[in-house]
Structures are given as C-alpha cells and as structure tokens.
Design a protein around this ligand. Structure first.
Ligand code: MG
Length: 155
C-alpha cells in the first residue's frame, strides 16, 4: 500500500517554524492552528492515505480548541495507531520540503532522524529532501512552506 500527503502553511514574521518536529531558525514562521508543522501534517495524511483512513482534517479539525498550538507529533502518532489497528506497518517514508529560506541543508539530517524516531523506523528507511522555489511563486516569494510525503506500508 502507498499513501501520499501534502500540506501548505502561510509564512509570517515573528512566528515559529517547525518542520519534522525540529525548530528551524527563521525570521518567518507558520500561521497555523497547531504548531504548523507542514512536514508532519503531510506525513500524517500519507499514513492515513496508505490505510484508507481519510485525512488529518477529519481526525483533528482545526476548529477544535484542543489542537490549538498542538505538537504535530501527536497527529503522526494517532495516524500510526490507526495504521497498526488495521494490521499495517510502515515500510519507508520519502518527503520533500519546499521552502525558499532558510536553506535546510543543515537541518535535513536532524529532521530525518527525528521522523525515524517518531515512526519507530530505521533512519535508512526515511528520506527528507529540501527544495527552494527558485524565487518563483508562493514558495519562491516566501509566502508559504509546503511539504509532500509518500509512505509505503505492508501487512
Ligand atoms: Mg497543516
């Protein structure tokens, strides 16, 4: 089974930027109801997708006060619980982060390790890529940060 997820958050000055559970040093951060971790939101949707369990908005509505400022690791944990309850387990994860600035090269290894730990996978089974927007469009103009994630799962 495979699952895909993506997520997009608007960027604004003076907010936190968290990607893959790691705090990124940045002048711009995410406008979001939760901690705005686009990568973990994309991962949550990919996990839910692989087990046919809907999407993050079904499970954790952004109108629910309970999730205000929420640590997005709990969304991934709940999606994994659902996956395991359906007799599936994660095989591997591949992800792309799209952000103009700052460059994420110095964060990628840390993000990868953190996701591997959250998901109980060996680091070799998690891959994280980072792209800029080549100064084009909403990524390139630093209006937003986006993440795409694909997961494979098996019985
Ligand atoms: Mg989101």
């Amino acid at each position: 089974m495979v699952g895909i997820g993506n997520d997009l958050h608007r960027l604004e000055a003076g907010r936190r930027l968290v990607l893959g559970g790691i705090e990124i040093e940045s002048e711009l951060g995410c406008v979001a109801h939760s901690d705005g971790d686009a990568l973990l939101h994309a991962l949550t949707d990919a996990i839910l997708g692989a087990c046919g369990a809907g999407d993050i908005g079904d499970l954790f509505p952004d109108t629910d006060i309970k999730y205000k400022g929420a640590d997005s690791r709990q969304f991934v944990a709940e999606a994994l619980r659902i996956m395991h309850s359906r007799g599936l387990r994660l095989v591997n994860i591949d992800a792309v982060i799209m952000l103009q600035t700052p460059k994420l090269s110095s964060y990628k290894a840390h993000i990868r390790r953190n996701i591997a730990e959250i998901c109980g996978l060996d680091e070799s089974l998690v891959n994280v890529k980072a792209k800029t927007g080549e100064r084009l469009g909403y990524i390139g103009n630093s209006q937003g940060v986006e993440a795409i994630c694909v997961v494979q799962a098996e019985k």
